[in-house]
Design a protein around this ligand. Structure first.
Ligand code: BG6
Length: 479
């Protein structure tokens, strides 16, 4: 397998999932600090108060990264550590913390890749302005990022604007399983549009302030397949790709929404305000690269129009039911129906395992948008067992090996891939699944109930990735 000489072999994390120290040194609360207090929202009511305490262990963790030979580390900055109220006064201790982390990485020849927003909005911005539904957030996000660009612009080459906008807007505003705990499809599309504007405006500012470095969003991409070659199923897959992927990527890269989906939203009264000025902003905020998080895609068949018909009757009786839990207007039901893929195995959490889908995804995204791609996440969540002080996670090695082989093939196909950030370096908090859905190369001795030890233990996969990095991918096993 041939990888470019400067390929960034990396790993990734997010502030809320690793840092802990949720109220230390002047940090304000985030919407996740609040949301995780609501009973039943997260597994065993787990939260990020301590997480894996990267805040106090960062030197030890970066030492392990250096030992592994890691070339890049992607982490996010917590907005409320920099601006406890989301706006106004800067918390110097917060800036200092990230400066120490960045300097420690650079000292060890590890490229820092900074995510500006990985879901932990300052709580104050939610309560005071209503969060991302308010256009005011666009300017506040730009101001927060300005501080970081001015402070760290000279040290950081790769910046990520938003992590998985598709995930946090859907789970936060449509399915009420993330903050702000809303279940209203119309509000989701409105909030999503505001985030698009924030993304585009921040990119414009970045290009002005840090013209020589690179910025882009990280998108949770999954290719959608048709269940059969029946043209109706193929059309359903086209619909699903437009609804799940192009809906975001077209806006990032081309500055407009896919027409078919816009029309459907209008028909369902789920449309939102787009001004002429908005369109200009979106067009002017083109990223320099695309971050792709890849876990799995999906499979669909043609929707059952009988069901849709019934749903319509239902709508007529109460057109405002959209705001209720049982949502009346589901755009999907007009476009596709999700089904199991009979060819793919699944993880313990029911996520399909599809390495070839990764190659397909990279090819599709590149040929469509012609931007270099940074793989900002990919990895396996699994139950790991600590036995005689060791963790033999061969399943993770197999998973990563097979996915990296497909990355290598995509590169051979002509896709410019800048790097690969495995999710994750150490174990960390899974937003909804607590601490035993583990992703790391380094085991952290804690569970859902106790964070007393936090000892770091290298897993089998640590040594494997070390070998892969050292051989620049040469030791990957092509099966
Ligand atoms: C991505 C997120 O959606 O998937 C990460 O960017 C997250 O923050 C990862 O942890 C894995 O998801 P989960 O639900 O298994 O923790």
């Amino acid at each position: 397998m041939k990888f470019p000489n400067d390929f960034l072999w990396g790993a990734a994390s997010a502030a809320y999932q690793v840092e802990g120290a949720y109220n230390e040194d002047g940090k304000g609360l985030s919407i996740w600090d609040e949301f995780s207090q609501i009973k039943g929202k997260t597994k065993h009511n787990t939260n990020g108060k301590v997480a894996v305490d990267f805040y106090h262990h960062y030197q030890e963790d970066i030492k392990l990264m250096a030992e592994m030979g890691l070339k890049a580390y992607r982490f996010s900055i917590s907005w409320s550590r920099i601006l406890p109220n989301g706006e106004g006064e800067i918390n110097q201790a917060g800036l200092d913390f990230y400066e120490r982390v960045i300097d420690e990485l650079l000292k060890n020849d590890i490229e820092p890749i900074v995510t500006l927003y990985h879901w932990d909005l300052p709580e104050k911005l939610q309560t005071k302005y209503g969060g991302w539904e308010n256009r005011k957030l666009v300017d506040l996000f730009v101001e927060y990022c300005r501080i970081l660009f001015e402070k760290f612009g000279a040290k950081i080459k790769y910046w990520v604007t938003f992590n998985e906008q598709n995930v946090f807007t859907s789970l936060g505003y449509r399915w009420a399983s993330h903050p702000p705990n809303v279940s209203d499809t119309k509000r989701m599309f409105q909030a999503n549009h505001v985030v698009n504007l924030a993304n585009a405006k921040v990119i414009q500012l970045f290009h002005k302030l840090v013209p020589n470095e690179k910025i882009g969003p990280s998108f949770g991409y999954g290719e959608v397949y048709p269940l059969t070659s029946s043209p109706a199923d193929v059309l359903a897959a086209v619909n699903a790709n437009q609804f799940n992927n192009d809906w975001w990527l077209d806006v990032y890269c081309r500055g407009y929404y896919p027409e078919k989906i816009l029309r459907l939203l209008k028909k369902l009264h789920l449309d939102f305000e787009i001004t002429a000025e908005d369109l200009k902003v979106l067009k002017a905020g083109k990223p320099d690269f695309l971050g792709i998080n890849y876990y799995h895609g999906g499979t669909v068949k043609a929707p059952d129009f009988e069901k849709v018909k019934n749903q319509k009757d239902f709508d007529k009786t109460d057109p405002y039911l959209m705001a209720a839990d049982k949502q009346a207007a589901s755009p999907e039901s007009y476009l596709f129906e999700s089904v199991e893929n009979p060819y793919l195995d699944k993880t313990n959490w029911g996520w399909e395992i599809d390495p070839i889908g990764f190659r397909i995804a990279l090819r599709q995204v590149y040929e469509k948008y012609q931007l270099p791609i940074m793989i900002t996440e990919n990895g396996l969540g699994a139950f790991d067992k600590l036995e005689d002080g060791k963790i033999n996670d061969q399943y993770r090695i197999d998973y990563l090996n097979d996915h990296l082989v497909q990355v290598g093939k995509a590169i051979a196909d002509g896709v410019p891939v800048l790097g690969f950030c495995a999710w994750s370096f150490t174990d960390l908090l899974s937003w909804l699944n607590g601490y035993d859905k583990r992703y790391g190369f380094v085991y952290i001795d804690r569970d859902d109930y106790s964070a007393e030890n936090l000892t770091r233990i290298k897993k089998q996969s640590f040594y494997w990735y070390q070998k892969i990095i050292e051989s620049n991918g040469g030791k990957l096993e092509v099966k």
